[in-house]
Design a protein around this ligand. Structure first.
Ligand code: SAH
Length: 264
């Protein structure tokens, strides 16, 4: 990598952009964008208001190239580093929280390797906010007092599936649409009841946000029928019963929560 070609050293701020709604950007994120000279952003970052949020910055979309091919992680790191070495205040804007499945830690390491000052501004993760946008709390007294966030990028191992079933609390899956068949079959094989409620929330916080609710035994068919697609967050657990879906009354919800608390 080249030596800095400007007198002032650059710096990098990894900014968690939240799950897609400008209202869920943190005050620190807004401040960093305001001061940015270069913003490298990708597909799931909240990008609609970027020209206003980062008025002095060169905006670089690293989510796609003209041919619609994603830039490799290695090239993204090279871009971050080279802009910082040229003396720029670089913001790397990522969807959700930079340290949840976003490869943010790799980008921080790349900065450390080149001696570039780097800070991380946490963001609101889709793992929590997207279920909430569908009315689903991840914990509820008497129903679930823990939640586990897993990546569905690759199929889970038998040990992981067994552990999740034994834990018996809420499971949240990101990047899980492609591996939904192996996940549901695996959980059933390890003894989770086919009646366990499952929700899939697609495109959280967009105008086309959609929630599909079924149970572990039926969700595959329902997802296929609805042509469920990424990006989506999956929630597996009793808390899905609390989802407010428009056709539920508040009385229904309260009685569902109450019934469960009474039997657990
Ligand atoms: N760092 C991010 C997650 C990156 S992995 C975070 O903390 O949110 C990308 C996955 O996040 C997607 O495949 C999807 O599972 C989930 N995701 C992110 N934004 C989403 C949104 N607005 N609606 C639904 N899923 C979303």
């Amino acid at each position: 990598m080249n030596a800095p070609d400007s007198g002032t050293p650059g710096r990098v701020t990894l900014v968690g952009g939240g799950p897609g709604s400008a209202g869920l950007l943190t005050v620190a994120a807004v401040r960093a964008l305001l001061e940015a000279e270069v913003v490298l952003y990708d597909r799931l970052a909240p990008t609609d208001d970027l020209p206003t949020l980062a008025p002095n910055a060169r905006l670089i979309d690293v989510g796609k190239l003209p041919g619609n091919h994603a830039i490799s992680q290695c090239d993204i790191e090279k871009l971050i580093v080279s802009h910082a070495l040229q003396g720029s205040r670089v913001v790397r804007l990522k969807g959700g929280d930079p340290y949840i499945f976003g490869r943010g830690s790799e980008e921080v390491l790349a900065c450390h390797t080149h001696g570039i000052p780097v800070t991380v501004i946490s963001g609101v993760t889709s793992a929590i906010a997207v279920p909430a946008a569908a009315g689903i709390p991840l914990t509820h007294r008497g129903m679930s007092h823990a939640f586990t966030v897993v990546s569905g990028h690759a199929p889970l191992t038998d040990r992981e599936l067994e552990g999740l079933v034994l834990l018996g609390s809420t499971i949240v899956v990101l990047m899980g649409v492609g591996t939904l068949p192996t996940l549901t079959q695996g959980l059933l094989r390890h003894g989770m009841t086919a009646e366990m409620p499952v929700a899939i929330i697609e495109r959280g916080f967009s105008a086309t946000q959609r929630t599909t609710i079924a149970n572990l035994g039926t969700i595959l068919g329902e997802a296929a029928r609805a042509s469920v697609a990424s990006p989506a967050v999956l929630v597996i657990g009793e808390v899905v019963r609390l989802a407010f879906t428009g056709d539920t009354s508040a009385e229904d919800l309260i009685s569902r929560a109450g019934e469960f608390a009474a039997t657990s």
